[in-house]
Design a protein around this ligand. Structure first.
Ligand SMILES: Cc1cc2nc3c(=O)[nH]c(=O)nc-3n(C[C@H](O)[C@H](O)[C@H](O)COP(=O)(O)O)c2cc1C
Length: 590
């Protein structure tokens, strides 16, 4: 009911002014004849104004149009010459009234009239921002300009026909206002809210937070992101809702999405604190104060996605998505049925429970066994392997036999008999561990001393046992740092030489896990599962097909986050070990 009354109160000034215009122009009365009619219109407008103020219908338009019309009507009685001008320009007066209410109030710190229209479309948190007010001020002055233009357009002489003149003088400005003013009011706030970077918003409630998120998306960073994030908040402000980020746009809906990429389960107060930057997200995450299911990497991206790009960027170490280039090696394809016997040499210093390298290798072995291979695994640190002394006795006095009679005698034999050798090592100082290197040095006896050139011009030592045929090899390594280049180069370079300068050894594949220590943190759990299945698949494939797809090798490399996120997650991890950042404390002098 109140709505109907309000609409009527707002409509009365418009309708009255148009009726007056029609009356004056169509009937062409002189000013005296018009006085009784204008008096009636004036009384109607005055009563309407009184009712509006009693019912607190504080609509700028009602007041603007009514005040200008009442002034005009009063002048008809008191100053007829001015009244005559008013009656000849009633519609222009209407636009003048509208112009006044658009132009002047903001100059006196009143809210622009557009706020009362656009605030219905946005959440409280958005409406409260300075950006929103600034945008409305802009729209307000666009309207003021359009209304001034409309006022001029009503004065233009369109036709000698009075009916046509009225229609055109009303219709032309309306077309202008509808075609420019309405879309500007509707679309501009969203466009600008998405564009403007700047003030960090503070949210009072989670409802405000979520409803504002669509306007806070950093479009630059959101390019290519196609994700659904489900929020399940409990506690003071329970909320079930989800964000859809797609095509650099963001939408928030209440309810449960059937297929979200990531689900965040948190206490509403905690989530609000995190979103307002009052609580460290990484710390809360590591301390398991909230739960995340699905794609964790999306969670790490979330903060950036809703942070405006800073004009003055702090120097950022951008990490390119590492790409496994072929380093001039054509991974060997042995063909189906050729890889039956596999031998694994794990040069890691940790046991299976902690070693990420062993984690990969164990899954590779599982896949290979399932495909029917005979697999033997050796943890080299458990074997007696002496350093090579460089005496060349294995090449001279006792060909093929080393002076040291340790476990290498057996391991070397196993090595040469296998169809596929797996070299596994954590990345230690940009290369394999000393354990694996010592083992590899002691493989010298399986080569002959003299020099040959191969067809590509490489100088090498011939294989002592060519009758045992060609062997494939696969490399597995896990590193702490998140990058491939400038980290694995040394290790890869060595195995590249192993491939190129060993007569009968060909690389079949290489698997490098970057940021390996994050695999055991909650943030890495999805990636860990992925690596598990990729390595298993590789084991199966190498036995069934005699080759490994580069796509599988490629999958394990990328950690899924930037180097800055890696830094943050890692440092919180170290800090969380004793909670007091002991890792930052000074050590006693050595
Ligand atoms: C002595 C030492 C040297 C290391 N050198 C590197 C390195 O050069 N680059 C790197 O990314 N990580 C390096 N790390 C980190 C390890 O590669 C990382 O902890 C990896 O997960 C170990 O593999 P594992 O889990 O199979 O033992 C080093 C670690 C140690 C203990």
């Amino acid at each position: 009911m109140y709505k109907i009354i309000k609409t009527t109160i707002t409509a009365i000034p418009f309708v009255s002014v148009i009726i007056l215009e029609i009356f004056v122009n169509v009937r062409n009365y002189n000013i005296e004849m018009l006085q009784p009619f204008t008096l009636i219109i004036g009384v109607v407008l005055l009563l309407n104004l009184i009712i509006a103020s009693l019912l607190k219908v504080n609509d700028y338009f009602t007041y603007g149009i009514s005040v200008v019309a009442l002034l005009g009507i009063t002048s008809v009685f008191l100053i007829p010459s001015v009244g005559q001008v008013y009656l000849e320009n009633i519609i222009a007066g209407l636009y003048f009234g509208l112009f006044v209410v658009a132009f002047f109030p903001p100059l006196f710190k009143f809210k622009p009239f557009t706020v009362s229209i656009s605030e219905k479309e946005y959440s409280e948190a958005v409406v409260k921002t300075k950006q929103f007010l600034k945008i409305n001020l802009l729209i307000n002055y666009i309207w003021a300009g359009l209304l001034a233009l409309s006022m001029l357009l009503t004065i233009v002489k369109y036709s000698d026909n009075s009916v046509l003149q009225i229609i055109l003088s009303i219709v032309v400005p309306i077309i202008l206002l509808v075609s420019i003013g309405v879309p500007v009011t509707k679309k501009l706030p969203t466009i600008l809210m998405n564009k403007i970077s700047g003030e960090q918003r503070h949210f009072e409630t989670c409802k405000d937070l979520f409803e504002s998120m669509p306007y806070g998306l950093n479009k630059e960073l959101a390019q290519g992101v196609d994700a659904v994030i489900q929020y399940l908040l409990t506690g003071e402000e329970p909320i079930e809702g989800y964000l859809i980020i797609k095509d650099s746009k963001c939408l928030f809906e209440y309810g449960i999405h059937p297929n979200p990429n990531t689900t965040i389960k948190a206490d509403s107060k905690l989530w609000l604190g995190i979103s307002n930057n009052e609580i460290s997200e990484s710390k809360a995450f590591i301390n398991k104060e909230y739960e995340v299911e699905g794609d964790m990497t999306l969670l790490l991206k979330l903060y950036d996605l809703f942070t405006p790009t800073q004009k003055e960027k702090k120097p950022k170490v951008e990490m390119e998505k590492p790409k496994l280039k072929k380093i001039d090696i054509d991974y060997k394809d042995f063909g189906p049925g050729k890889i039956r016997k596999i031998i694994v040499f794990d040069g890691g210093s940790r046991n299976d429970k902690f070693s990420k390298t062993s984690f990969m290798v164990n899954n590779f072995i599982e896949g290979a066994k399932e495909a029917g291979a005979n697999v033997k695994y050796f943890k080299l640190k458990d074997y007696d392997i002496h350093d090579c002394s460089g005496c060349y006795t294995c090449w001279t006095k006792t060909p093929g036999e080393c002076t040291y009679k340790d476990d290498m005698t057996l391991l070397r034999k196993k090595f040469r008999e296998a169809d596929l050798v797996v070299f596994a090592s954590p990345l230690f100082i940009f290369n394999v561990t000393g354990i694996l290197k010592r083992f590899m040095d002691r493989l010298c006896p399986i080569l002959k001393p003299y020099i040959v050139h191969d067809e590509r011009g490489f100088i090498k030592h011939p294989d002592r046992y060519p009758e045992l045929g060609k062997q494939g090899f696969v490399v597995f390594s896990a590193a702490g740092f998140p990058d491939l280049e400038n980290n694995f180069d040394g290790l890869r370079g060595m195995f590249k030489m192993w491939d190129l300068r060993n007569e009968n050894m060909d690389m079949v594949g290489e698997f490098y896990v970057t940021a390996a220590e994050t695999l055991v943190q909650p943030v890495g759990s999805i990636r860990k599962n992925m690596i598990q299945s990729v390595c298993k698949k590789a084991g199966e494939q190498v036995v069934r097909e005699g080759k490994i797809d580069i796509e599988l090798m490629q999958k394990v490399v990328y950690p899924g986050f930037s180097s800055e996120q890696f830094q943050e997650v890692s440092n919180y991890f170290w800090e969380s070990l004793d909670g007091k950042a002991a890792y930052l404390r000074e050590a006693p002098r050595i």
